[in-house]
Design a protein around this ligand. Structure first.
Ligand code: HEC
Ligand code: HEC
Ligand code: HEC
Ligand code: HEC
Ligand code: HEC
Ligand code: HEC
Ligand code: HEC
Length: 345
């Protein structure tokens, strides 16, 4: 139901076209007049930068030449004006492609996507912030290419490219097909809330029916898990995929659902109880104490309190875990008493 709603939202959102203006889209500026609490902090969030276009891409601008070698294959990403070119050589032959889109802001990695003869590819190498350079793209490290054409990158199946764009950009998919012409890089208001065209029109005309937006703020905990899970992956999706153990720590809705703290009907454990999707993530551990203590210690319907500490709960109960090959640590959302190197799910 929620996923269907999201699909309709995407279709509706594709009606709007907004030019990008220093990271703030036209619609976002329009929203700011009446919703400053959401629109002001949003442009600097990770989600607003889940994709960047090559001319504006910070990492590509700051790294005019990047190199990486694996066996006989050497890779370069080189800045040329406001474009960046991805090249590979095996010593005998060479291939070059202009990069189309930069995926991710680089905390866990930035992967480049390009199109060649109607097929979309992920580059075989990605930028990683922790090494400030290139390494193999997560998922490419187990593949041994037979020749230069296989070493270029990871070829996307036709149904894969629209999914990839739909999780990282706004207005990129129409009727399950990838439409790059109206794309706005990153996750802007309309990607989560749906088209705001009627909303703006309805407010202007004083027509509350036309102005109504889907009310994400009245979602239950389970609905929010499914909503965020359309991109961060749901419990069902990961359970069905059979990805067990440390590799699934990056899928927060899955991990949280497996925690004893989770209750589908209790808003105190909803994603949005701890994260405001309009603001950059809060990285101060003690700021989450009150979220835990809403249930642990004192008050009605209280769960038991901790005998070990009254502060910085997440540092012990949501430990940081490095996912092999990702060069990045994720916080394990399976909140629990942690025993060393134990990932029961
Ligand atoms: C002229 C003022 C105005 C502008 C501009 C405006 N809104 Fe609104 N918006 C409102 C008002 C008033 C409400 C409350 C209406 C209601 O609840 O029926 C509202 C409600 C909403 C809600 C529903 C909140 C909830 O309860 O869950 C969302 C989402 C929303 N607006 C998004 C946007 C977005 C996105 C934009 C920019 C494209 C935008 N608005 C532009 C005035 C505005
Ligand atoms: C349309 C897809 C999509 C939806 C829906 C979505 N996210 Fe995200 N989110 C992303 C992507 C992609 C990133 C990674 C951005 C990056 O770093 O490049 C991200 C990043 C984040 C981050 C920041 C991670 C970091 O380390 O900086 C948080 C927190 C987050 N999302 C929480 C949420 C919550 C909570 C919800 C639901 C209210 C949600 N997201 C819904 C796609 C989505
Ligand atoms: C189902 C939605 C979904 C799909 C499909 C998807 N991503 Fe993501 N991607 C996310 C979310 C959510 C995150 C943030 C959490 C994480 O890092 O796992 C993310 C993170 C990333 C990151 C790391 C971001 C950072 O800041 O470090 C890169 C790079 C990336 N995705 C590239 C891609 C590429 C390329 C594709 C297509 C081949 C793709 N993604 C498909 C949802 C998706
Ligand atoms: C990643 C998804 C996502 C993006 C992007 C996003 N929102 Fe939201 N928004 C939500 C969710 C989920 C809620 C309900 C939970 C909450 O209130 O925090 C919400 C709630 C709201 C509300 C209602 C707040 C309330 O207290 O009832 C408004 C207004 C709003 N958003 C406007 C915007 C505007 C304007 C933008 C663009 C600048 C935007 N949102 C971008 C997911 C998103
Ligand atoms: C009880 C509080 C809490 C709840 C509920 C919660 N988170 Fe988190 N989340 C955190 C903390 C703490 C961090 C680490 C913040 C930091 O970087 O210091 C985090 C980090 C993240 C990140 C950054 C990547 C990572 O894993 O480190 C994403 C994305 C995220 N949460 C998404 C979600 C989603 C989606 C949900 C709902 C399924 C959710 N969170 C529910 C507390 C919570
Ligand atoms: C919605 C209420 C709620 C929230 C919010 C919540 N918890 Fe819990 N938590 C519970 C309940 C209820 C249990 C007991 C489950 C049981 O005994 O079956 C529990 C169990 C635990 C346990 C013991 C689990 C085990 O492995 O035996 C720890 C540790 C814990 N919570 C820590 C935290 C921390 C840290 C936070 C904040 C990041 C948090 N909880 C947030 C309700 C909550
Ligand atoms: C220094 C690490 C550390 C910090 C910080 C910490 N805890 Fe704990 N917590 C533990 C350990 C270890 C246990 C297991 C104790 C035992 O089995 O005797 C535990 C047990 C628990 C339990 C289970 C209690 C029971 O009786 O079974 C809960 C609930 C809990 N912690 C919640 C919290 C909350 C909420 C916070 C923040 C206010 C917090 N913890 C801070 C290490 C910590």
């Amino acid at each position: 139901m929620i996923l269907k709603l999201a699909a309709t939202i995407v279709l509706a959102a594709s009606m709007i076209r907004a030019a990008d203006d220093g990271g703030v889209s036209r619609t976002q500026r329009e929203c700011a007049a009446c919703h400053p609490a959401q629109a002001k902090p949003h442009p600097v969030t990770s989600m607003a930068h889940a994709m960047e276009l090559v001319p504006e891409c910070r990492i590509l601008k700051q790294h005019p030449l990047m190199r990486f070698t694996e066996g006989k294959y050497s890779y370069t990403i080189e800045r040329k004006g406001d474009q960046s070119v991805y090249s590979i050589s095996d010593g005998k032959e060479a291939r070059s492609y202009p990069i189309g889109w930069a995926f991710g802001q680089g905390l866990a990695g930035q992967t480049y996507v390009f199109e060649s003869n109607g097929t979309f590819f992920q580059t075989r190498v990605s930028y990683y912030q922790s090494i400030d350079g290139l390494d193999l793209t997560l998922g490419a490290s187990n593949i041994k290419p037979a020749d230069i054409d296989e070493a270029i990158g990871i070829r996307m199946a036709p149904q894969e490219a629209p999914q990839c764009f739909n999780c990282h950009a706004t207005n990129s998919v129409e009727a399950k097909k990838l439409v790059t012409g109206k794309l706005i890089a990153g996750l802007q208001c309309e990607r989560c809330h749906g088209s705001a065209e009627n909303h703006l029109k309805g407010i202007k005309e004083g027509n509350p029916g036309l102005a109504a937006m889907p009310k994400l703020s009245s979602f239950s905990t389970e609905q929010t898990s499914a909503f965020c899970g359309q991109c961060h992956r749901t419990w069902e999706e990961i359970a069905a995929s059979g990805q067990m153990g440390v590799v699934n720590v990056r899928f927060q809705p899955y991990r949280l659902t497996t925690s004893k703290c989770y209750d589908t009907d209790d808003l105190r454990i909803s994603c949005t109880a701890c994260h405001n999707p309009h603001q950059e993530i809060d990285r101060t551990a003690k700021d989450y104490d009150s979220k835990c203590q809403a249930c642990h210690g004192g008050g009605k319907r209280a769960a038991m309190a901790c005998k070990v500490s009254t502060r910085n709960c997440v540092t012990c109960h949501m430990p940081k875990v490095e996912i092999p090959g990702s060069h990045h640590q994720f916080f394990d959302h399976e909140i629990r008493i942690v025993k060393t190197n134990e990932y029961p799910h």
